[in-house]
Write a protein of this length. Structure first.
Length: 464
């Protein structure tokens, strides 16, 4: 029996796919339920919805959430945080210990404490079992409402190479409204729990009050003008009064702000702005601001996307000069080079990024992709080894699974190539294609081998 290694809270998969409660097993069960097949889209279309995968952002969310999960008696590695590429303000939990944060919310909340207030509230729903009581209703539901955000879990990291954040279509606000809306009693209970978690973690509750202030008054608008957060988390006077009272009680306390958290939170928002907002507007806004590191980060990405390639390279070089050992700045420069057809020049940047941030599967996946692009026997062999490591750490990265299939094919391992393709199709909801590839894999791989058993796991999804 394989043991699942512990996983950071913000990844969609750091456990081996053969583990019974691992991410891939959960994702495949979603495919069994007939979830929506998802289509990869480019992040250049900010209005499109889906999931965002990014090592730096996921690590930042892990830093922000871990103390709150521990305060809630939740294991940080047991809670998955997903970033939904949607400009609306929303956050919710679903399908167990899965927390969803819209990119619009991450961009809107200006301080770590505000975001931690939201995370604490959602942790209150998880610890209180509120979503679990709706599971029966979700399982028995039919129609478009079911084909929404939860389906996007199954495709965590598939996407296009043009983006640092890989995004998949599949978000649907109907499922949030229909199945994930809480009653006022549950909201009050989640607020009370959140305030307790914030107190235990020594985090200022004023951030949570600021979030409620953002949404206060929206309930009088028509549904089309209301942010989804109001629909899934109905406000009440009692809720606001409870939070305000706890803030007043905490006024005499001293809350030491963690400059490290503030730094990474600011970088996360800068990166999201650069990749998701209109690049011309990002640059226009930057003209009136002092060129801090955050501003330079957003500018570097926006210039590259404009495209002003030469200027984007120069801005990335300035970031690296500021922090020569920063793996994510190195990854950014490597990505720029790779996506402009210069994989040989991109290679040392990805190598350094992986060396400086060992164990990050998304970075490993990027390195493997660059090595494959060189299309040489020695780099193909290295790519196979690295992509196998990335897959073991993050079996929900469909983009890396695609590259792994190529690496297996070049290594003349058709059974494993078919298996990797089957797993990718299963992750993206393409059940028939997954079955076809799994049968091909099972026919070639030695019976009883780990790969053969993984193929059987996929074949067991066949409703027939």
């Amino acid at each position: 029996m394989l043991l699942c290694p512990p996983a950071p809270a913000t990844t969609t998969g750091r456990a081996d796919a053969t583990c019974g409660d691992g991410p891939l097993q959960r994702l495949l069960s979603l495919a069994t339920a007939g979830m929506l097949a998802l289509t990869a889209i480019l992040p250049a279309a900010p209005a499109a919805a889906g999931l965002i995968r990014d090592s730096e952002i996921e690590r930042t969310l892990g830093m922000l959430s871990a103390p709150l999960f521990r305060a809630a008696s939740l294991r940080p590695e047991a809670v998955n945080i997903y970033i939904v590429n949607n400009s609306k303000l929303n956050a919710f939990v679903g399908n167990g210990s899965n927390m969803f944060l819209n990119s619009g919310l991450l961009l809107k909340l200006e301080t770590p404490e505000e975001l931690q207030g939201v995370i604490a509230h959602e942790a209150g729903h998880i610890a209180g079992g509120h979503e679990a009581r709706r599971s029966a209703g979700m399982r028995s539901a039919r129609g478009p409402a079911l084909l929404g955000v939860l389906a996007a879990i199954a495709a965590g990291a598939a996407g296009a190479p043009q983006a640092s954040a890989a995004i998949l279509a599949g978000s649907n606000s109907a499922i949030a409204r229909t199945f994930l809306s809480y009653n006022r009693a549950e909201e009050a209970a989640a607020d009370q729990a959140a305030l307790n978690y914030l107190a235990r973690a020594k985090i200022d509750p004023a951030g949570m009050k600021k979030v409620l202030d953002i949404f206060r008054g929206q309930e009088v608008f028509t549904i089309g003008n209301v942010d989804p957060y109001i629909l899934t988390h109905p406000l009440s006077t009692e809720r606001v009064q409870l939070v305000e009272e706890r803030v007043r009680q905490a006024e005499g306390n001293t809350f030491a702000r963690d400059p490290e958290l503030a730094y990474w939170h600011g970088r996360m928002r800068a990166k999201l702005r650069g990749f998701l907002e209109d690049p011309a507007r990002v640059l226009e806004q930057a003209e009136d601001l002092p060129e801090t590191e955050e501003v330079l980060y957003a500018k570097a990405v926006a210039l590259y996307r404009l495209p002003a390639i030469k200027e984007g390279f120069a801005a990335a070089d300035r970031l690296i000069a500021l922090r020569p050992r920063d793996p994510f700045y190195l990854e950014l420069k490597g990505q720029m080079l790779f996506e402009t057809g210069r994989p040989q020049e991109a290679l040392p940047y990805y190598r350094d990024a992986v060396r400086l941030a060992p164990g990050e599967p998304l970075l490993e996946g990027g390195l493997g992709r660059v090595l494959l692009a060189l299309n040489q026997p020695e780099t193909d062999r290295e790519a196979l080894e690295i992509l196998q490591s990335a897959r073991d750490r993050d079996p929900a990265d469909a983009m890396a699974m695609r590259d792994l299939a190529v690496a297996y094919a070049r290594a003349n391992q058709p059974g494993m190539a078919a298996l990797a393709t089957a797993e990718r199709f299963a992750l993206t909801g393409q059940t028939k294609d997954a079955m076809l590839q799994a049968r091909r894999a099972a026919a070639v791989l030695p019976e009883g081998s780990p790969g053969w058993l993984r193929a059987q796991d996929i074949l067991s999804l066949d409703p027939e």
